[in-house]
Design a protein around this ligand. Sequence first.
Ligand SMILES: C[S@@+](CC[C@H](N)C(=O)[O-])C[C@H]1O[C@@H](n2cnc3c(N)ncnc32)[C@H](O)[C@@H]1O
Length: 285
Amino acid sequence: MTRLPFNDPAPAPLPLPGGFAPITQAEFRQFQQLVLKTTGITLSDQKSALVAGRLRSRLRHRKVGSFTAYHKLLQDPREGDELQAAIDLITTNETSFFREPEHFNVLRDHIQNLRPVSFPFKVWSAASSSGEEAYTIAMVLADLFGSAEWRILGTDISTRVLERARKGLYPMERAATIPKDYLQRFCLKGQDRHEGLFLMDRPIRERVTFTQANLCQTLPTFGPFDVAFLRNVLIYFDLPQKRQVVDAVRAQVKPGGLLIVGHSESLTGIAQGLIPLRPTVYRVA
Ligand SMILES: C[S@@+](CC[C@H](N)C(=O)[O-])C[C@H]1O[C@@H](n2cnc3c(N)ncnc32)[C@H](O)[C@@H]1O
């Protein structure tokens, strides 16, 4: 890895169409219940073909002939790794650097209005997916704080995406939304066997930790945090589950700190202990 000028990235390749294995309505119901119990995610009835398509490779790999048999296998307490593999496939991990970019201006303004900033300054990316959100926050904090004491925690239910996050190594197309100045300062361009990739630079990676956490189960004490990003995950939960997750995350943010949700998410009726500052941005009371 070396510091070289970054050229404009090539456009992302289009995904290939794929087929789906059949699943009966009764079988899909079993998976809906299992997914709800283990992840808190409510799968709508329209997701049947999607779930079948995503799990088909596991059925083949485990040489089970039906979704009923696969569901039975997942009930076996010795099959924890298989259950994790299924969860990894069922979760939707779409993310990007500087996704919903106004939130990073909100973060910047919040910090600039703090007098004085109390260190260590801690931020939580509470459904971090493959790390783009956590590293975006890290670049903003590195820009503002330099070598002062700041830390970021990224958590997710999917171990597969967390492995990718820990590497901090991404295809060059993903760099398209990172400001050029940040690319030069905080990212390294891949060469030889890393051609076409970029790596978050070590001083950034050292400040970001990733660990698995299920937002729908009792969470360890990670905080208190100055800011929590809880973006684009509440959409998968029903209202009581959403309320429980928002309460649990808010409990780990300092009074006066921020809780930020995704642009398509609403906390109407469940913003207990939160003061709305603008749509999707809340201050902890
Ligand atoms: C669409 S991504 C959002 C990533 C990032 N926050 C963003 O806005 O770009 C949703 C993430 O939530 C995670 N997730 C789903 N259910 C979860 C749960 N119960 N606990 C923790 N993470 C969960 C998924 O694995 C996925 O990586």
